[in-house]
Design a protein around this ligand. Structure first.
Ligand SMILES: O=c1[nH]cnc2c1ncn2[C@@H]1O[C@H](CO)[C@@H](O)[C@H]1O
Ligand SMILES: [Zn+2]
Length: 348
């Protein structure tokens, strides 16, 4: 297929984004608007000049450096109104890239500086997602994040509050933050509670630390999906286990290069993982922080790794199958994506 034609196909391809952070999706224009509403002082007053405060550049050396960008944006996400708005806008952005479904993750404990409760934070995010669903005709769910640098009590609180929203707009829980400093073993009790409450679990692992963390996340934290899993390639036995169990990997190519999960595109393992039969999905992680979007991620797969249109469609359908979505909604999603793929003349 010619390059222009595959560009068109990628634009028109139905997509899903299973790994996108709310606080990594805030547009600079929205920061300007919220700052004005709430009387917050800014280091710059136009969108272009604000961007460097919110976005990494090519010089980013590590996940910790990458995560420092979130400190800036968090200040503007402390009211129910702001959370509802950015959740809605995240759905709008995804719909603009022909996503049929997104799972938007966020850490409720990061939005409590003005006294909001964990439940309220979840309430406003799910409200914003619902407004987006109605407006754009796509489906959206929230994922509640426990943070690696938070106390066990704070993380337990996230699990309990998330349980109350299962089936009401929230679909799963996650663990994010500084993986190099906080190994997953520290969170066994927190996720045992999630397991007891029957909440689906995904865990950021194998991004800023080795494959052993992927093993721990699956075997002892009950993860049924893995965020990133890039460093699985360092351990053939664990890779084999993930292959056999067909655990979906939420890969986020642009972010993974920026956080130095691998040294560069030459060693990015997505082609190898796909060819081995690993359950690969492609996602954005943080569109604003990374300066990416889901169309761009798919384009990179085509341009840098030679993925064909049917292979890209297969990756979309891997994401559909991996969605933490209630059964009947998932069937609906399968149908809408399957039909849109078929309409593009792609045969799986
Ligand atoms: O790629 C990532 N790896 C680990 N943690 C992340 C990543 N992207 C964002 N966050 C963390 O998740 C929090 C809630 O959304 C963000 O504030 C950031 O600290
Ligand atoms: Zn992430």
């Amino acid at each position: 297929m010619k390059q222009e034609r595959i560009g068109d196909v990628i634009r028109q391809l139905p997509k899903v984004d299973l790994h996108v952070h709310l606080d990594g999706s805030v547009r600079p224009e929205t920061v300007l608007a919220i700052a004005q509403l709430e009387g917050i002082e800014l280091p710059a007053y136009d969108a272009d000049a604000l961007l460097p405060f919110m976005q990494v550049n090519d010089s980013c050396q590590s996940l910790t450096e990458y995560l420092s960008k979130f400190d800036f944006t968090t200040r503007f996400l402390q009211t129910g109104q702001a959370l509802e708005r950015v959740a809605y806008e995240t759905v709008a952005q995804a719909a603009g890239h022909n996503c049929h479904y997104i799972e938007v993750r966020f850490a409720p404990q990061l939005h409590r500086r003005l006294g909001m409760t964990v439940e309220e934070a979840i309430h406003y995010v799910t409200q914003g997602l619902k407004r987006g669903e109605q407006q754009f005709g796509i489906q959206a769910r929230a994922i509640g994040i426990c943070m690696r640098n938070h106390s066990q009590a704070e993380n337990f609180e996230v699990i309990e509050a998330s349980a109350a929203y299962i089936g009401k707009g929230l679909a799963a829980v996650d663990l994010a933050g500084d993986e190099a400093s906080y190994p997953p073993e520290l969170f066994r009790e927190v996720f045992a509670r999630a397991h007891k409450l029957a909440i689906p679990v995904t865990i950021h692992a194998g991004e800023a630390a080795g494959a052993g963390n992927v093993y721990e996340a699956i075997s002892n934290l009950g993860a049924s999906r893995i965020g990133h899993g890039i460093r699985l390639q360092e351990n053939p036995d664990i890779l084999d286990m993930v292959l056999k169990q067909q655990i979906p990997l939420e890969m986020c190519p642009v972010s993974n290069i920026q956080t130095k999960a691998v040294a560069g595109w030459e060693t990015y393992p997505i082609r190898d993982y796909y060819d081995r039969g690993l359950n690969v999905t492609v996602n954005t992680d943080n569109p604003s922080v990374s300066g990416t979007d889901i169309t761009r991620e798919y384009r990179i797969l085509s341009e840098k790794f030679g993925f064909t249109a049917p292979e890209l469609a297969r990756i979309v359908m891997n994401g559909v199958e991996a969605a933490f979505l209630e059964d009947s909604n998932k069937q609906q999603l399968k149908k809408s994506c399957g039909e849109a793929i078929h309409a593009l003349g792609i045969h799986l």
